[in-house]
Design a protein around this ligand. Structure first.
Ligand code: ZN
Length: 220
C-alpha cells in the first residue's frame, strides 16, 4: 500500500464562539448551557460532527419558544469554536466566565452524532442522577431514558466546567454508524435522518427545560 498524505498546519486565524441567551424569568443569573461545536474536520461538511449538535442545541431553545415555555433560569445556547484542533473556544469561554461557573447550573453538549438518542451520559453526583429520574421518564415515548454515569466529562467543550463541578451532560446517541462517517468525506447531510435529529432536539429540550425550571439546583 502506498499512502500520499498532504496535511499542513496553517497559521491561526481569529474565530468566535456563537452564544445566545434565552433569559430566565426568575433567576436570569443562573445558567443552563446547551451546546454543540461549530467547527468540523475538513474532509466532509461536518453534518454529523458536529453540525447536528449545533442544530440540536439551537432547536432545544426554539422548541421552548414555540411551546411558549419560559425558562426560570437562563438557557444559554453555545456553538463552540475549535473543538477539533485544540478547544481554544472552550478555553476562551473558561477564561471569561470561570468566576461565574458557580452560577452555571448544568451544561449539555451533543457531540456524538445525529442518530437516535438513548438518553444522556452524566458526570455528576449520584444524588443528581437520582433527582433526574422523573425527567428521563418523560422521554420514555422516544426511548431516551438512559442516564449513564460517567467518570469523565461527556463533551470536550464542557470539560472545564465539569472539572469545576458543574453537572455535565452529553446526549447519548446510538453510535453504531458514527465511525463510518466520522472525520471523513462521507460526513454529509444526506446521512442525517430527520426523525432522529428531531428526537435528539426533543431529548435535549426536555432535559434543558427541567434543569432551568427545577426547584433548587442539582446536588453537585
Ligand atoms: Zn465533534
Amino acid at each position: 500500500m502506498h499512502l500520499t498524505l498532504t496535511p499542513q498546519k496553517l497559521p491561526d486565524e481569529t474565530g468566535y464562539n456563537v452564544i445566545g441567551d434565552l433569559k430566565g424569568s426568575e433567576h436570569p443569573e443562573q445558567i443552563v448551557v446547551v451546546s454543540g461545536h461549530l467547527d468540523s474536520w475538513d474532509l466532509g461538511t461536518g453534518a454529523i460532527d458536529d453540525g447536528a449538535g449545533v442544530v440540536i442545541a439551537m432547536e432545544s431553545a426554539e422548541i421552548l419558544q414555540r411551546l411558549r415555555l419560559r425558562p426560570a433560569r437562563t438557557l444559554r445556547v453555545i456553538a463552540w469554536m475549535d473543538e477539533e484542533t485544540g478547544g481554544s473556544g472552550s478555553r476562551a469561554y473558561t477564561a471569561e466566565y470561570s468566576n461565574d461557573f458557580p452560577h452555571h447550573i448544568a451544561a449539555i453538549e451533543s457531540d456524538a452524532g445525529a442518530a437516535h438518542p438513548l438518553g444522556f451520559d452524566v458526570k455528576s453526583s449520584p444524588a443528581a442522577i437520582d433527582a433526574l429520574g422523573p425527567v428521563s421518564s418523560v422521554l420514555l415515548s422516544i426511548g431516551a431514558t438512559v442516564l449513564q454515569p460517567t467518570t469523565y466529562a461527556p463533551g470536550a467543550d464542557i470539560a472545564a466546567m465539569s472539572e469545576a463541578g458543574v453537572p455535565a451532560f452529553g446526549v447519548l446517541q446510538d453510535g453504531r454508524t458514527y465511525f463510518n462517517y466520522h472525520h471523513s468525506a462521507a460526513d454529509t447531510l444526506d446521512k442525517v435522518v430527520p426523525t432522529e435529529l428531531r428526537e435528539n432536539a426533543a431529548a435535549m429540550a426536555v432535559m434543558a427545560y427541567a434543569l432551568t425550571n427545577m426547584k433548587g439546583s442539582l446536588p453537585r
